[in-house]
Design a protein around this ligand. Structure first.
Ligand code: GDP
Ligand code: IMO
Ligand code: MG
Length: 427
């Protein structure tokens, strides 16, 4: 069996949580391969909305195994809070959730460092979620980090203190003000809680599952345009959010990858700083934000909104090897008489290009927009692609022609049931 990947093609918040939850019954295992509590994945069913940060979005499907892979950075405090919040749903999380011993730990001082680094950047700040992601990955690459498996060692406390000593020196350099005592006591309580879970060598588990014919879905966090290598650096997150991150983040070989589901909103959003060529500053942007309820699932910050960006989407499709596209939040465009799509960029020197330029961070890039008719009506009660208004079908056909990848799923609302399947997604 091959492992399928689902990931976001824009700047995050495309609706990954909804689709993973929707597809999960077709899979035996759902695994997270990168990111950490910076993610906020929303699932809606039976009239209840759930937001998951570190726990894979297959958790509400009782027969599915969920794995937090080695490529993730895990904050035990946030983890405990998330698990506690699931208490009332009668899920057997200690049975259905495995955590890699190689997953890196986020320490309270990583969060403090994140805040200190951001404060020192002033106007050039990344707009980080301040969950300690950057500093934790920094320690991983510097070969200083602590891993989940370390909590089982009698010398864990000592290792912890050694690393914190280094962090404190940096915090002093930045003249950060903080109080560590309460944070530490909360952290060690959460570490004890973490010990109650199944801590495993997840690369063996995943490969064994594949060999025995299990179907595995890898759940991306963030979006391709926030990838540390291919995003608008330095306005990115600190992990490989793209398909290659699955191989290193779960221990799966490239020839074991099957489908790559690329999911995108019918428009674009971005939260935090960084370039966004199609960003709208007019009433259309305000309307998109309002109708789309575009407020961050992790930080509550308003998301910046703009039209769909084809050069950016084509880039993400190329980097990830996307085999199927899922278009989300089509219903948000119901209110627009005209819909616009960026087909190329006009550079400061007047050149027209249709690739993602290196200069995107420092130059003002103007989007060249193509206009299509909107459908200007509700999509409520539609359960079949054939019943979509003509203009929505035309929008989808236009995008498929431009992107050369089929759009097999269209989402028309936040609930599990508001999902239109156009072609069989999972074999
Ligand atoms: P993720 O990070 O990719 O999982 O996405 P988020 O959960 O951060 O943000 C997506 C938001 O859009 C959530 O509030 C979802 O409930 C909501 N959502 C998902 N799909 C749809 C859709 O088709 N229509 C509408 N209106 N909302 C959607
Ligand atoms: P999901 O999985 C949207 C953004 C932050 C900031 C930048 C770096 O819900 O799609 P970090 O905390 O990683 O140091 O922040 O990346 N960012 C996200 N934006 N969705 C996310 O996750 C994000 N995770 C990080 O806003 O601009
Ligand atoms: Mg999100």
């Amino acid at each position: 069996m091959k492992l399928d990947i689902l990931l976001g093609l824009q700047w995050g918040d495309e609706g990954k949580g909804k689709v993973v939850d929707y597809l999960a019954p077709k899979y035996d295992v759902v695994a997270r391969f990168q990111g950490g509590p910076n993610a906020g994945h929303t699932l809606e069913f039976d009239g209840i909305k759930h937001v998951l940060h570190q726990i894979p979005s297959g958790i509400f499907r009782k027969d599915i195994l969920n794995i937090i892979g080695n490529g993730v950075v895990l904050d035990p405090v946030i983890f405990k809070r998330e698990i506690d919040a699931l208490d009332k749903y009668n899920l057997d999380v200690k049975k259905n959730l495995y955590i890699s011993k190689k997953t890196q730990l986020i320490l309270p001082t990583h969060r403090l460092l994140d805040a200190a680094y951001e404060a020192s950047k002033g106007k050039k700040k990344i707009g980080s979620t301040l969950k300690g992601i950057g500093p934790a990955y920094q320690d991983k690459i510097a070969r200083l980090g602590l891993r989940v498996g370390d909590i089982l060692s009698p010398s864990f406390k000592k290792k912890y203190e050694k690393l914190v000593e280094k962090h404190v020196q940096i915090l002093e350099f930045y003249k950060a003000e903080y109080e560590l005592k309460d944070l530490e006591s909360e952290f060690f309580k959460a570490i004890d809680f973490l010990k109650e879970f199944q801590l495993i060598e997840s690369e063996y588990k995943i490969n064994d599952e594949l060999k025995s014919g299990s179907k595995i879905l890898a759940e991306g966090a963030q979006g391709s345009l926030l990838d540390v290598d291919f995003g608008s650096y330095p306005f990115v997150t600190s992990s490989n959010t793209t398909a290659s991150g699955v191989c290193s983040g779960l221990g799966v070989a490239p020839n074991n990858i099957g489908e790559v589901y690329g999911i995108f909103k019918a428009y674009c959003t971005r939260v935090g700083s960084g370039p966004f060529p199609t960003e709208l500053f007019d009433e259309d942007g305000v309307l998109m934000q309002k109708v789309g309820n575009e407020f961050g699932a992790t930080t509550g910050r308003p998301r910046r909104c703009g039209w769909l960006d084809l050069p950016a989407l084509k880039y993400a499709i190329m980097i990830n090897g996307v085999t199927q596209l899922f278009m989300m939040k089509a219903d948000v465009l119901n209110v627009f008489k005209k819909i616009k799509v960026c087909t190329s960029y006009k550079m400061e020197n007047g050149d027209l290009i249709n690739i993602m330029p290196y200069e995107i961070v420092d130059e003002k890039i103007e989007p060249v927009l193509h206009e299509l008719d909107g459908w200007d009506c509700s999509l409520d009660n539609i359960s079949d692609f054939e019943d979509f208004p003509k203009e929505l079908k035309d929008y989808i056909f236009y995008l498929e022609k431009e992107l050369s990848v089929p759009i097999n799923m269209v989402s028309v609302g936040p609930d599990r049931t508001q999902t239109i399947i156009r072609a069989q997604v999972v074999a």
